[in-house]
Design a protein around this ligand. Structure first.
Ligand code: FES
Length: 572
């Protein structure tokens, strides 16, 4: 730590970001004094400082191993000559947040960015994992633009249970759907509940957390194998140690986040997202991360990439395996080798290595049951398609790899729910006028609503239809669905209903046409009738105060990553 301010060297370590009392020398004198109260030797205080964003929380089961990971990061930092200082940030775990974790992703990004900027550190390690945490941390890192290493907690293991394997959360949904249909009784659903998530770590399928881990590694924020090493594997601790050491090395050879988030690396990440059959949520998050440095993710470009990028990974919810299978099968490196000719191989990671070099390292082994060859894909085309039309002028998304092809070309009457309360009140009503051919529509659940764009796009099949054996219906909404969910589900309709998009005008009895072949989503209602309805439409009232108010005023649409406008470069 600088012991005076007369040096012409740029401040480093604890000499950075002095408190502003109008007397920098005094501020640093005071800081040294207080730092000494923690019992560090002067030699330690003179070291470069590595901040460790610690997202351990009693409200975050996925991050149960965060304390030991932070300890391992500290080992790596100390051995490499740095001073590790951990600090708490907002931590978000999917099932523990109301109205939903997405509502707080930008809060975590804002909080993390502020602390990265405000505290004296030369580089950082960001310990994340659960769905919204990695996007929030990368958004923060890109905006603060200080050298930052991503470390994820890793996926949980699947559990053997009565002759099958279970893991959160595709199996959660599969069994809940069977329970609703009367195929599984209350006693069994209770036993299932105790066996869906039995180890520390993030959901054990290719849901949002696993997809984001793969994208973070593809972008270059962590080693490729770090995307899939299970949470409870000893290698996870070695990766944490290495993350600490890397953060120290980055001080002498800085690679800033904005150097590795480029149009090319973002396109690589999109390819990986498609080939994984990855989470639709990851598209919003990648759009937000890229948007923080002015890189635009264009849905039409995504759609073009989807036509030439096969799904190669056979994992739930698209296929059968679990994350531990993906890791054992060769993981992200094996997948990237298959995609090699489709990638921008010159993109560099935090180590300064090109993607070509990263792919070439490591064992050649690949288990073709999980990571398919290009010639024998799970699907010859990518997992996601973008839809446009009179119902979604700015676009919408369908995860075709988890959908029912027989429903791809559907023109039908729609049954509209005005919001989540309306959905909850009526979906299981025996008197609900609904048939298996109808399209279910949920509106007023987008990013601008108090609901905060929840994962409610996976509208349940009305109970009476589920009991009759209906497994899938076309469902359309302006919200999201879990990365672990499946079905013919159109999501992220933009502009959302609460922003006055055409979705706001849809009414039960209207006809809607979905054409995956033509990439169309149209509301088949005369323009004169729509104009009349538009006259009647009133925007929902703004929340009175606090974070909800700020979100309402600032949040952008899903096609722009649902970031807050004032946090984007053009907003500053
Ligand atoms: Fe944390 Fe699924 S609940 S990753």
């Amino acid at each position: 730590m600088d012991d005076a301010t007369s040096s012409n060297q740029p401040p480093r370590g604890l000499g950075r970001n002095a408190a502003n009392y109008g007397d920098r020398d005094f501020a640093l004198y005071l800081r040294r004094s207080f730092a000494k109260s923690m019992g560090y030797s002067q030699a330690m205080l003179d070291r470069p400082v590595i901040g460790i964003a610690d997202t351990g929380s009693d409200f975050n089961n996925c991050h149960r191993t965060a304390p030991e990971l932070v300890e391992a990061v500290k080992r790596g930092v100390l051995a490499a000559g740095g001073l590790p200082l951990a600090f708490p940030t907002v931590s978000l775990c999917e099932p523990f947040l109301h109205p939903c974790s997405m509502h707080y992703r930008n809060l975590m990004a804002l909080d993390t960015e502020a602390l990265l900027r405000a505290q004296p550190m030369d580089s950082a390690v960001l310990v994340g994992g659960c769905d919204k945490t990695v996007p929030a941390q990368l958004m923060a890192a890109v905006s603060a633009d200080i050298p930052a290493v991503q470390l994820v907690v890793g996926p949980m293991l699947a559990t053997r249970f009565e002759g099958e394997r279970l893991s959160a959360c595709t199996d959660c949904r599969r069994y809940w759907a069977r329970y609703r249909a009367g195929e599984v009784d209350a006693a069994r659903i209770g036993r299932i509940e105790g066996n869906l998530a039995t180890t520390a770590g993030t959901c054990g399928v290719m849901g949002t957390a696993s997809t984001m881990a793969c994208l973070a590694a593809t972008l270059g924020f962590m080693p490729l194998e770090a995307a899939s090493v299970p949470a409870v594997h000893a290698d996870r601790l070695r990766l944490a140690e290495e993350a600490g050491a890397l953060a120290v090395r980055l001080i002498a050879q800085p690679v800033r986040p904005r150097e590795i988030v480029t149009p090319e690396s973002v396109e690589n990440a999109l390819r990986v997202l498609l080939a994984l059959g990855g989470s639709t949520n990851a598209l919003i998050h990648l759009t937000a991360i890229a948007g923080r440095c002015g890189v635009k993710v264009d849905l039409r470009r995504l759609d073009a990439l989807s036509e030439e990028t096969p799904v190669l990974v056979d994992l739930k919810p698209t296929g059968e395996g679990y994350m531990e299978d993906f890791h054992a099968a060769g993981g992200l490196r094996a997948l990237l080798r298959e995609l090699r000719d489709l990638l921008h191989l010159g993109c560099k990671d935090l180590y300064g290595r090109t993607l070509e070099q990263r792919i070439a390292e490591g064992p050649e082994f690949v288990d073709r049951a999980i990571i398919r060859a290009r010639a024998e894909p799970v699907s010859p085309v990518g997992g996601l398609v973008a839809l446009f039309g009179s119902l979604a002028p700015a676009g919408a998304i369908l995860k075709r790899s988890a959908a029912t092809p027989a429903l791809f070309e559907t023109e039908a009457r729609c049954v509209v729910f005005d919001g989540l309360e309306d959905l909850a009140a009526r979906i299981d009503d025996e008197a609900l006028d609904v048939t298996p051919r109808d399209i279910l529509v949920l509106k007023n659940a987008g990013p601008r609503t108090p609901a905060g764009m929840p994962e409610a796009g996976y509208l349940p099949i009305p109970r009476k239809l589920a009991r009759a054996g209906v497994k899938d219906m076309v469902r359309i909404s302006d919200c999201r669905m879990s990365g672990t969910a499946f079905g013919t589900i159109v999501l992220h309709v933009a502009p959302e209903a609460a922003a006055g998009g055409p979705l706001a005008l849809a009414r039960t009895g209207d006809r809607i046409r979905l054409s995956v072949r033509e990439r169309r989503l149209d509301l088949l209602v005369e323009e004169s009738e729509l104009a009349r309805r538009r006259e009647e439409w009133r925007p929902p009232p703004a929340p009175a105060r606090g974070w909800d108010r700020l979100v309402h005023e600032q949040v952008l649409q899903a096609t722009e990553g649902a970031d807050l406008a004032f946090l984007r470069p053009e907003g500053r």
